[in-house]
Design a protein around this ligand. Structure first.
Ligand SMILES: [Zn+2]
Length: 160
């Protein structure tokens, strides 16, 4: 396991659509391990593969103690309800935050590292993290959809 370099905005790799994963092999497992290491090292609550320069549909999220680390391959949000408006940051956009309107509850489907189908339901911060990371796989950044963008206060600089 190792910590990878986090790609920063405005790097073009953050604007591309990531590709579906078809091989659930040791390369994927190493990618997932490295992504978790990199996320925790940066005090993030989520990380998408394009953020370390890998254009694959892979995300990791750790946004609450109930779920802990969640690995998702080829994730897709299959239902969304409610609404939340709150501050959001991104490990690829250090120093900035924005108020982003998101669904308050989502169901996300994908595969685990072995290719088995998995599904999670998240509310609040976890739902926000799922939506933020899936956006990354489609080249979308929070600054594109934020209602306002402002300088992050230090204590709140946790990013996704
Ligand atoms: Zn992000």
């Amino acid at each position: 396991m190792s910590i990878r370099l986090i790609v920063k905005h405005p790097d073009e790799v953050l604007r591309e659509r990531a590709q579906e994963v078809t091989k659930f092999n040791s390369n994927l497992h190493k990618l997932l391990d490295d992504m978790a290491d990199t996320m925790y090292d940066a005090n993030g609550v989520g990380l998408a593969a394009p953020q370390i320069g890998i254009l694959k549909r892979v995300i990791v999220v750790d946004a609450d103690e109930e779920h802990g680390l969640i690995e998702l391959v080829n994730p897709e949000i299959v239902s969304a309800e409610g609404e939340q408006l709150g501050p959001e940051g991104c490990l690829s956009i250090p120093g900035l935050q924005g108020d982003v309107r998101r669904a308050n509850k989502v169901v996300i489907r994908g595969q685990d590292r072995y290719g088995n189908p998995v599904q999670y339901e998240g509310t609040g911060l976890l739902a926000r993290a799922f939506q933020h990371e899936v956006d990354h796989l489609n080249g979308v950044l929070f600054i594109d959809i934020a209602e306002s963008v402002y300088e992050a206060r230090k204590a709140e600089e946790d990013g996704e």
